[in-house]
Design a protein around this ligand. Sequence first.
Ligand code: MRU
Length: 358
Amino acid sequence: MSNCAAFPNAGGIRPIRYADGILSLLDQRRLPNEELWLEYSDYREVAEAIRSMVVRGAPAIGITAAYGAFLGARAIEADNYADFMNAFNKICEVLATTRPTAINLCWALDRMKSLAQANAEQSPNNLKIGLEYEAMAIAEEDVRINMNMGRHGNTLLPNKVKILTHCNAGALATGGYGTALGVIRAAVAAGKQVSVYADETRPFLQGARLTAWELQRDGIETTLICDNMAGYMMAKGEVDAVIVGADRIAANGDVANKIGTYTVAVLAKEHNIPFYVAAPVSTIDLKLSDGSKIPIEERDGREITHLGDQQLAPTGIATCNPAFDITPARLVSAIITEHGVAKGNYLEQLAGFVRQSR
Ligand code: MRU
């Protein structure tokens, strides 16, 4: 029996469902206490769901935006191509401004727009059908891509390995299976002895609430630690490898990911621990030469001063809440994609992977 069969949930949950014009999202703000599914049929509400983090994680944001674009298109009342495209582009613009850092959002919307542009001879009704299929294809492909990433990433891991991860780059952050956690799932499925340290990931607690929840659900040995414990665990020899996801990777291999990732990468370098990034090719932005050009989302300071309704800090205190940071390519041991593993000269290898995907 393979390990996959031993773990009935080994593929992880699928947080985005779609059927008959209704998009259902698992409300990730409520996890782990409640599994609440919210239903959407209006693109403006989908945009708000992305903005307010009902759904989060770069690939999941892209998939959701693609469905949002279709739901918007479905309601367009136009009888010619020009009017349809005029309205459709406006819908895509609204969705594109929901979160700035994850490039998968614009990637998915560009793909939806390209489909419409390539079919200018079609009626608005046929375009709507095509867009529905395209959104479903983006969602399905994502799971396959993650499984391929898992296969490639698994080759980097020894038979017995303690892995530290930051934020949630799991099934919940994707169409299913996950990027960083997909590599972990693949290693478990290959029969390796894997244990995971999950950083809690202040201030939104994606590690404590989401990574801990989905790995526990899969029966994968997981220990939750506070972010400021990572260095101590590394110094004690408790961490053999770090694997994280990414929201955007610049052409030179600089990586934008959840705030705190850079700190973990510096610590990993100090302790000679490999630091791996797992991300689909849709996360690579060749238009940006390096990480300094990646827009970093700044979120409400209330995420720091409060825990839910409970106030933790004095009223009126100044806050700074960047949601992501940049890890320079020199700290990244390898970038794992669905096409293979890039190491060393990222500029050429990442461009090659992007060409392969076209
Ligand atoms: O703010 P979030 O929760 O959307 O941030 C998510 C991350 O930083 C993930 O690590 C990244 O999107 C990769 S998800 C496969």
